[in-house]
Design a protein around this ligand. Structure first.
Ligand SMILES: Cc1ncc(COP(=O)(O)O)c(C=O)c1O
Length: 365
């Protein structure tokens, strides 16, 4: 069976974790600081602040902007639920634009009509490992005086016009087990704004700057050295992993290019895709039996995934929620109906990739 994702940690990680265990500092300490330095360099920002997970990274970023109840955040309807939950947790109200079916990210043209006088933040999601068209989003944000918070949970190392995902505004990353770079659970906030970094650091540690000197009501958002020790060794090989993912994606694209009605993903000009997921749109006339396609792929030894089966607001718990403004997002609905992610991870051999492509051709034939 070729799984949709694989977590494989080598002897360097075992050694690094062992060193932390033996050091006696297992909560936040020097290894978290080392991870923050490496991460900042990878993203191309001055500051990276490690937190306990990606959801908390989003919450902390919004809290750092001093949002008040009723302040609005415009985000993508086609995302993992954490994006929406973070907005609600931070006390703000969520509104949605629609996505582009080319990159699955927020489409700038759909944002302007939902801006109100309460809108404070634009929160694009760099879904599957590629940014949306940032120029347009930056322009809308600027013209309405909005802060930019990037949900870059899936996009460490992605670039747009040479700039790293997570370096345009406040970047929020996840180091969850299946992410390209992982600490099991973990998150990171990235910024070039020293005041924002300072506020997130203080929020992370009970609002405390010096022992028992509390500046703001804070929380415990800390990452541990034990977790950071899992992630730090992966920094050195991260670009090799991305090259492998990229080669796998290219091989899949070459072998699936002529399948009728199948929409393939691509690395768009001027962007670097980090291929966290390789997501196709199944032919429109096969969307209704996507579950059967998934079962048949599994029978042929190929794992797959649906990220995500519905627009994020389309659940009962959000339908009458006072902090959610329900939108009409036909493109997000189409993506949710037709999306299917195939294995692209760094541990696939060329034979594995060929097997994935052959299985897709078979089930769609
Ligand atoms: C787009 C997106 N946003 C936010 C998150 C939340 O990250 P975490 O699971 O680390 O809390 C994830 C990851 O799971 C994600 O994929």
């Amino acid at each position: 069976m070729i799984p949709i994702s694989v977590v494989r940690l080598g002897p360097e990680v075992e050694q690094s974790v062992l060193e932390v265990i033996r050091s006696g500092i297992i909560a936040q300490g020097p290894v978290v600081a080392e991870l923050e330095r490496g991460f900042a360099e990878l993203v191309g920002v001055e500051h990276a602040v490690a937190v306990s997970n990606g959801t908390i990274a989003l919450v902390a970023a919004l809290q750092a902007l001093h949002l008040k109840p009723g302040d609005e955040v415009i985000t993508s309807p086609f995302t993992f639920v954490a994006t929406l939950n973070a907005i609600i947790e931070a006390g703000a109200t969520a509104r949605f634009g629609d996505i582009s079916l080319t990159d699955f990210g927020l489409d700038a043209e759909s944002v302007a009509p939902v801006v109100t006088e309460r809108t404070r933040v634009l929160m694009p999601v760099h879904l599957y490992g590629q940014t949306p068209a940032m120029d347009g989003l930056l322009a809308v944000g600027e013209s309405h005086g909005l802060h930019l918070v990037e949900d870059a949970a899936q996009a460490l190392g992605a670039t747009y016009a040479g700039r790293g995902a997570g370096s345009f505004g406040i970047g929020c990353f996840s180091l969850y087990a299946t992410k390209n770079l992982t600490s099991g659970e973990g998150g990171m906030v990235t910024t070039n704004d020293a005041a924002i970094a300072d506020r997130v650091r203080i929020l992370r540690n009970q609002g405390m700057r010096q022992r028992y000197q509390y500046e703001i009501p804070g929380h415990n958002y800390r990452l541990t050295d034990l977790q950071a020790a899992v992630a730090v060794p992966q920094l050195a090989t991260y670009h090799d992993q991305l090259s492998r993912r990229s080669a796998n994606a290219a091989r899949l694209i070459a072998q699936l290019a002529d399948v009728d009605g199948l929409v393939l993903p691509g690395e768009l000009p001027g962007r670097r895709h980090v291929w966290h997921q390789f997501t196709v749109l199944v032919p429109e006339d096969r969307a209704a039996d996507r579950d059967a396609l998934i079962d048949r792929l599994r029978e042929l030894g190929v794992g797959s995934g649906v990220y995500y089966p519905r627009p994020v607001y389309d659940y009962d718990c959000y339908r009458d929620h006072p902090q959610v403004v329900l939108p009409e997002t036909p493109r997000a609905e189409e993506a949710a109906r037709r999306c299917l992610s195939l294995p692209v991870h760094a541990y696939l051999s060329d034979d594995d990739v060929d097997k994935v492509a052959a299985a897709v051709r078979t089930v769609l034939a």
